[in-house]
Design a protein around this ligand. Structure first.
Ligand code: PLP
Length: 380
C-alpha cells in the first residue's frame, strides 16, 4: 500500500506551515474593511443601499450577461432560477448525483423531483451523452415540452453543475437540451471565473447561479447571484426575490408568492471588495495548480486539470486515487497530519430523501465517488 508522507510534506511546504491547513480559507487583502465600515457608517446595512446594485453590475460585467440578481445564498438562487425557467410542483429536473446536496435540494424546494444522470469522467459534471441516452429511452417530446414516458411528468429543466470549477461540456449538453426543449440552469456555485470556450460559466444556459459562501473563491460571508441574458427573466427574478412587491412610493401590494431572498447591503459590500481581487485570486490559484501538477506527476498520481477548450478557476483542487482503499489511506494520513482533505460527495441517491429518484447506472459517478479527494486549495 502506498503512503503519503511526501505529499503531506509538499503541501506543508507550499503553504509554509505545519499548522492545520484547511481546504479553502478566505483571503481579505483588499477593500473589505473599508467598504464594510462605510456601510455601517451609512446605516444602510440591510435591504437598501448602493453595494447591492454595484455587486450586481460587477457580476453582469464579469459574466458578460445582461442581468444579475443578488440573493441570500446560492441555494436560494438556484431555487428561484428553476422557478423562473418554468419548473412547477410535480415536474422533474435532470441533474447529476455527483454534487453537493444544495443542487437537488433547490429542485425539491420547488416541489419538483430530480432525475439523476451520470457525469463525464473528464469534467466530473453532467454528461450530455448520458442525458441524451436517457431522453432517447424516456423522453416524449410534445408541443408543451418534454415529458417522461415512465412517470408521465414534465421534465422542465436541466441543472448541470460545474464540479469544483471544472466546466461541463456545455455545447454538447445545450444541443441535447435544445432538441428536447429543456431549458438549462447552470449550477455555477463553484465556478466563478471559469470559462467554457472563452465564455464565462453561468452565462451559457438560460440562467446561471453562483455562490459566495465562506469557502468559495470569492466570499461575502453568505450570498448568491443569479445571472442571465434573458432580461425579462432577470427582472422577474429581482421581483420574486424581493417579496413580489409591485413598485409604489408607499403602498405595499404583492401580487404573487415571492421570497425574502434579497442580499443585505453589508454582504454586498464584502462581495464588491472581494470581486475586485478575483483576477488576482485566479492567477494565484492557477500557479498553485501548476505546482501541484508538477509534484503529483513525479509520483504518478493524477492531479485533476482543466479539459481542452475550458479554463477552470481551480476553486477546490483534487487528486484521483487508484481505488477506495488507497483513497481511505490518503484521507487518514493527511488529516492525521493536520492537512485537511475530503472525499468528493456521496452520490445524492444514497441520501434518504433522494433514494427513490429515477436514475441511470452512474458508472462514472461511482468511479469518481471512490477516488476523488480534495486537497488544500486556498489562495496563498
Ligand atoms: C454545487 C453547489 N451548489 C449549490 C451550492 C449552494 O450555495 P450556498 O451555500 O451559497 O447556498 C453550493 C455551495 O455551497 C455548491 O457547492
Amino acid at each position: 500500500m502506498k503512503h503519503f508522507k511526501d505529499t503531506i510534506t509538499f503541501i506543508q511546504d507550499i503553504y509554509k506551515t505545519k499548522e492545520f491547513l484547511p481546504l479553502h480559507a478566505p483571503t481579505f487583502g483588499g477593500n473589505e474593511k473599508k467598504y464594510l465600515l462605510e456601510t455601517i457608517d451609512s446605516t444602510f446595512v440591510s435591504s437598501v443601499g448602493t453595494y447591492v446594485d454595484q455587486f450586481e453590475a460587477m457580476m453582469t460585467a464579469i459574466t458578460k450577461t445582461k442581468k444579475s440578481v443578488a440573493v441570500v445564498n446560492g441555494t436560494a438562487g438556484i431555487q428561484v432560477a428553476l422557478r423562473l425557467v418554468g419548473v412547477k410542483s410535480g415536474d422533474e429536473v435532470i441533474t447529476q448525483a455527483l454534487t453537493f446536496v444544495a443542487t437537488p435540494n433547490a429542485i425539491a424546494y420547488n416541489g419538483a423531483t430530480p432525475i439523476f444522470i451520470d457525469v463525464d469522467i473528464d469534467t466530473m459534471g453532467l454528461s450530455s451523452k448520458a442525458v441524451s441516452q436517457f431522453l432517447e429511452e424516456f423522453g416524449d417530446l410534445r408541443e408543451e415540452g418534454c415529458f417522461n414516458k415512465k412517470t408521465g411528468k414534465k421534465i422542465s429543466a436541466c441543472l448541470p453543475m460545474h464540479t469544483f470549477g471544472f466546466p461541463v461540456h456545455l455545447d454538447e449538453l445545450k444541443a441535447v437540451c435544445d432538441t428536447w426543449k429543456i431549458p438549462i440552469v447552470e449550477d455555477a456555485a463553484e465556478s466563478l471565473g471559469s470559462e467554457y470556450k472563452n465564455q464565462p460559466t453561468g452565462s451559457i444556459g438560460e440562467m446561471g447561479v453562483f455562490s459566495f459562501n465562506g469557502n468559495k473563491i470569492v466570499t461575502c460571508g453568505g450570498g448568491g447571484i443569479i445571472v442571465t441574458n434573458n432580461e425579462n427573466l432577470g427582472i422577474k427574478g429581482k421581483y420574486l426575490t424581493t417579496t413580489a412587491k409591485l413598485p409604489h412610493a408607499y403602498e405595499f401590494y404583492h401580487d404573487e408568492l415571492g421570497y425574502n431572498f434579497r442580499m443585505p447591503n453589508l454582504n454586498a459590500a464584502l462581495a464588491c471588495a472581494q470581486l475586485e481581487q478575483l483576477d488576482l485570486f485566479l492567477v494565484n490559484k492557477r500557479a498553485l495548480a501548476l505546482e501541484y501538477k508538477s509534484f503529483f506527476d513525479t509520483l504518478y498520481m493524477k492531479f485533476r486539470t482543466e479539459t481542452p477548450d475550458t479554463k477552470a478557476n481551480y476553486w477546490l483542487m483534487c487528486v484521483e486515487l487508484e481505488n477506495l482503499e488507497e483513497r481511505d489511506v490518503f484521507l487518514a494520513e493527511t488529516n492525521a497530519s493536520k492537512v485537511m482533505t475530503r472525499p468528493i460527495w456521496q452520490l445524492m441517491y444514497r441520501l434518504p430523501m433522494y433514494q427513490y429518484c429515477q436514475r441511470d447506472e452512474q458508472l462514472n459517478a461511482r468511479f469518481l465517488e471512490e477516488r476523488i479527494v480534495n486537497i488544500p486549495s486556498s489562495v496563498r
